[in-house]
Every structure is written in structure tokens, then in C-alpha cells.
Design a protein around this ligand. Structure first.
Ligand code: CUA
Length: 348
């Protein structure tokens, strides 16, 4: 019986160890591919959070070692022995010195961690926006991000372009965070901590990315069926490239005279009730702005790469790609589908 129990316990431990290893491998793989690593910050707010995390992990690590060490020592030193006579050991009650120590030390530890955290929160939140800061409004939707640059007259989705910041030329981007439906949370781990987007309220955050490139993030507040597919890309560009991108985005949607028929077909369909193409009668705001759809790398808020084939599959039936998203299958016939795709592909 004892043997069988031991074997059962071993079996259980082997499986638990296997599960933990699998989780570690998965988490590591995730950190390399989907969202950025918080231990590799590329902007000031993320760096402050990183330094604070290191402090908290170090303090907690020391506490863990002390507690686990004492526990292990006690278990080994005072284990039941063969010559145990079955009597209870002497019971010891009340030691003022020990009780003061285990009240005061934890209090001081909590105090230090609270002060350190408050300092970081205040430093990030009270940062005044410089006059030349880029202002962006990000609106969370089920399940995509609307991105507006009110001063530049640009509306886009899911891919936030910002200028790169350097010591010589600091470029700060201030974000106003709002929600069109439920609570979401904006999180790009390498750039800043999480900030919620709450209906009826405007939150704010700022970033000053110091490295060119694309930084991945996602919605960090459960917001419904496709919460996990509410992905976010921040494209950090040198200021000159950012200006070029902004100038292109500001133009009206492309008007290719060879696609007159395709354009007319698109504008005759109910697509225009939800989507905007600037310079046309399509002015819906329920779904992402399509004026420069082809300038974006992904479709469906990061669900699939924006290729011709994927765009066709998406328009044909978005529900097979992102089940539950609010774009219905429009039941387009073959001709309509071809024309809508030809027109969308021209929106560079
Ligand atoms: Cu939006 Cu989770």
C-alpha cells in the first residue's frame, strides 16, 4: 500500500514538473513572438517600471530564500526519528523580541515597496506634456483599436505610428485613452505599463520610444470573445519617416480612374455604413477607417497578415477568421467580391 502511494506521488510530481516545464517553454516562446519583454524596456515609462520590478523581485527573492531556508531547516532538523518516544516537544509561548521583529520588519519592507512604487507612479503620471508633444487619441473597440491624430487630421486603426525619441531630439507621444464599449487595457510592455480604457472616461499615458522598429502589445483587460485577438502594433520611426507616413495618411483614399466601376460597387454596398474612406461617401465610424488600409501590416487587429489572399478571405467571411467580431458576412457575389477587393487593394 505504501509502495503504491509512493509511486502515485512520484507519478504526480513527474507530471507536475512536465507541466511546469511546458508552461515555461510556452511563456518564453510567447515573450519572443507575440508581445515584448518587460525586461527589455525601450522607453522611459517602461524603464521605470522595469527598475521597480527588479527591486520588488529582489526583495521578494530574499524573503523567499529566508522563509524557505528556515522551513527546510526545520523540516529536516526536527523530523520524526526512529527513537522518537511519541511525546510532544516542550511548547514555547510568547517572545516579545521575536514578535516585535516579525511585525516591524515586514512593516518596513511594505513601506519601502509602497514608497518606491508611489514614486514611479507619480513620476510617470505627473509628467507634463511638452508643447511639441504628439497628441494621439486611442479608442478601444470590441475588438480593435481606433487611432486618431487630431492635430494631424489622421484616423487609422490597430497600428500606432510614432516618432523615435533621442537625447538630442526628444519626441514624446501623449495618448488619450477612451473606450467605445467595454473596458480594455492598452499594453505595449517594452514602452509603458498598462493603462485601462474605460467607457465614459479619458485616461492618459505617454511614451518616448528610443529604438526604431515595431513593438507588439495587446489588450490587457478581458473584453469579450476576441480579447486575445485585440493585438496592437506600435511602429517607431525616425522623425523624417514619421512625417512622410503622416503626410501620406492625411491624403484622401486613392482614386484610380481605372477602378471606377470597382469603386462604385464598393460605395453601393453597406460597407460604407461602418467604414470610412476619406474623399468618398463612405463615412461610417463603427469599423476601422479604410482610407489607407494597404499601409497596414495586419488585418483584424493583428489576427492575420494583410496579404491579398487574406484580405479576400476576410471580406468573404470575417467570421471564420475572427469568430464573433462585429463585421458580418456580407454575402457578396463573386463579381462584387472581386470588385471590392480590387478597390480595397488600391487604398495604399
Ligand atoms: Cu479589449 Cu481585451
Amino acid at each position: 500500500m505504501k509502495r503504491a502511494n509512493e509511486r502515485l506521488a512520484m507519478n504526480y510530481f513527474t507530471r507536475l514538473a512536465g507541466l511546469l516545464c511546458a508552461m515555461a517553454v510556452f511563456a518564453f516562446g510567447q515573450s519572443m513572438h507575440s508581445v515584448g519583454n518587460i525586461f527589455d524596456p525601450k522607453a522611459t515609462p517602461a524603464e521605470s517600471v522595469y527598475h521597480l520590478s527588479v527591486l520588488v523581485i529582489a526583495v521578494c527573492g530574499v524573503i523567499f530564500l529566508v522563509v524557505a531556508g528556515l522551513l527546510t531547516f526545520t523540516i529536516l532538523r526536527f523530523r520524526r526519528r526512529k527513537d522518537d518516544d511519541g511525546h510532544e516537544p516542550a511548547q514555547v509561548y510568547g517572545s516579545n523580541r521575536i514578535e516585535v521583529a516579525w511585525t516591524v520588519i515586514p512593516f518596513l519592507i511594505v513601506l519601502v515597496l509602497t514608497m518606491a512604487t508611489a514614486r514611479v507612479v507619480i513620476a510617470i503620471q505627473n509628467k507634463p506634456a511638452p508643447k511639441d508633444a504628439l497628441q494621439v487619441t486611442v479608442i478601444g473597440h470590441q475588438w480593435w483599436w481606433e487611432i486618431r491624430y487630431p492635430e494631424l487630421g489622421i484616423v487609422t486603426a490597430n497600428e500606432l505610428h510614432v516618432p523615435m525619441s533621442t537625447v538630442a531630439n526628444p519626441a514624446l507621444t501623449f495618448l488619450k485613452l477612451q473606450s467605445a464599449d467595454v473596458a480594455h487595457s492598452f499594453w505595449v510592455p517594452q514602452l509603458a505599463g498598462k493603462t485601462d480604457l474605460i467607457p465614459g472616461r479619458t485616461n492618459s499615458m505617454w511614451i518616448d520610444p528610443r529604438q526604431e522598429g515595431t513593438f507588439l502589445g495587446n489588450c490587457a483587460e478581458y473584453c469579450g470573445l476576441q480579447h486575445a485577438n485585440m493585438l496592437l502594433r506600435v511602429v517607431v520611426q525616425p522623425p523624417a519617416d514619421f512625417k512622410k507616413w503622416a503626410a501620406q495618411e492625411k491624403t484622401d483614399g486613392a482614386h484610380d480612374p481605372r477602378l471606377e466601376e470597382a469603386r462604385a460597387t464598393f460605395l453601393s454596398l453597406s460597407c460604407i455604413n461602418c467604414h470610412t474612406v476619406s474623399g468618398t461617401s463612405a463615412s461610417g465610424t463603427f469599423g476601422p477607417d479604410l482610407s489607407h488600409l494597404m499601409s497596414r501590416a495586419n488585418l483584424g487587429s493583428g489576427v492575420i497578415p494583410n496579404t491579398e489572399q487574406n484580405l479576400r478571405a476576410w471580406v468573404k467571411d470575417p467570421q471564420t477568421i475572427k469568430p464573433g467580431n462585429l463585421m458580418p458576412n456580407m454575402q457578396l457575389n463573386a463579381r462584387e467580391l472581386d470588385e471590392v477587393l480590387a478597390y480595397l487593394a488600391s487604398l495604399k
